[in-house]
Design a protein around this ligand. Sequence first.
Ligand code: ADP
Ligand code: ZN
Length: 607
Amino acid sequence: MEDKYVVLKQYFGYSSFRTGQEELIDELVSGKDVVGIMPTGAGKSICYQIPALLFGGITIVVSPLISLMKDQVTALNQAGIRAAFLNSSLNERQYEKAIGLAKSGEYKIIYVAPERLLTPSFLEFARMADISLVSVDEAHCVSQWGQDFRPSYLKIPEFIRCLAKRPRIGAFTATATNQVKEDIIQLLQLKEPFCKVTGFDRKNLKFVVKEPKDRYSEVIRYIKEHQTESGIVYCLTRKNVEEVCERLVDDGVSATRYHAGLSDEERRKNQDDFIYDKKSVMVATNAFGMGIDKSNVRFVIHYNMPKNMESYYQEAGRAGRDGEPAECVLLYGKQDVVTNEFFISHGQENSELSEEEAKIVQERERERLKKMTFYCHTNECLRDYMLRYFGEYGSNYCGNCSNCLTKFREEDVTEIAKKILFCIGELGQRYGSVLVIDTLRGSENAKIKKLRLERYRSYGVLADEKIVKVRQVLNYLLLQNYLVQTNSEYAILKLTEKALQVTEGSSRVKMKFAVEREVKVAKREKKTLVSENPVLFERLRELRTDLARREGVPPYIIFGDKTLHDMCVKLPTDEYQMLDVIGVGEAKLMKYGRQFLSVIEEFVKSM
Ligand code: ADP
Ligand code: ZN
């Protein structure tokens, strides 16, 4: 079997794996089923594409999104990998042809819509084929608890039972609560799968909240400052989309629009214009974006506050999928709360819910809206707020959000830290953070009573502190290695040697906290991709646009921004050095290497 690193470099042009990828690949290769829950843009595809290339047989990828399938297959073909898709966008003749080629072993990876799996022609092929892996994309669709339940996903196990031998199964999704994860394992009938959940934090995204007097001038100013970059402006209503788009066009911005009120044809055209970099700004309602894989979106501006954090995270997350710095700016106005409230009260009419159920749903939505509104008001680190919303613990200071960047104060938290560390010691280093914090704050819950924790000296010594703050200090102590957490099921806190420095008083603990946000956010220092060689970057971009037009593929499929950027930094002079550039694999080197090298050479000569 080939080496996974060789495959990663040769076909995808990358030299290292991202968090989670390697483990998922290794487990699949060792024969296990896997579940990968990773945020959008984390790089789930490679987790099954690389095993697909390492295995002898064929990999079937079940995917519900037609546009995404096409994109993925185009990208794979570009990378020199034989792949095809089978879905309703093919007419009968095309479909027959593709199936024929599949039978003759032409493809290594086949994307298929779930409804196709049990059709006679597909089954006939699948029964005879040597299928080594079935990868289920958007696996949350199998669960009724997920956002987009698709009954056809429930047929996947039946399909697998029809095969000559049971292949390994991989399930991947970006959104899964625990309940959905359990459903995925059970309903897809996975066998003791290896599960990997990677964090929701997208470090390359900068989060900004503003409450401008005039939203439009904020938007136009931002776009003018980011002329050559690609971005999305999300509005709450179609009317807003129309207005903003028209004004932008009047102001000379290359903008287009998308909402459910446009004809299918116009929507498709506008979407293509954006994806193919013919238009740089897309103004849209939340109808835009599902299944869009454009990797070089450099900013996402929300013209209005969306209805909840889930939507915000999903929409803002369309920025920076290539892992390069990108910005997510939310423009907040009090009116947004009213508009969203209106949608909640009037949006449920067609649903099949009983009156009572509808009421409960509305209550939940109001609760979510409240949390979204808090996000716009908080003085804390925005990233931390978001991560906590999704049940993760961040640190109190990320340094890359508008709260952290505007103002923060340094606070000496030694006294709190001492109490935490002392408490952990006093309780015999036997408990996890929840019990430690409950003890410190003098909680009277059942667990405390049962373990009789109130008899310790630490009990209640931090009763006056906010729980969030105690939690933040504790996290900070973990991050700074004063504490470690065991890997067992109950993450137990243990003191390290470093803790002694604090408890014995030889070192102090200082933390940064975000404070009052200034009304005016300081102009960010410009940290774009093109800081080294803007001229060269532009020329490479032009070449890429040319090639993309000629081949009828989106530009980012040829090379991502990250790759062009790396060319500007590395300035390769021959093919060998070109292979060193991030995102340049062998197939792309053969196809495009010379042309990009000659642009670089010309530029270097003119310097
Ligand atoms: P997801 O399906 O999780 O949303 P994708 O698989 O589409 O994410 O990957 C997002 C982007 O990250 C793609 O442009 C992909 O080429 C890139 N990528 C994936 N893995 C790596 C890696 N190991 N190194 C660099 N870039 C990567
Ligand atoms: Zn922050």
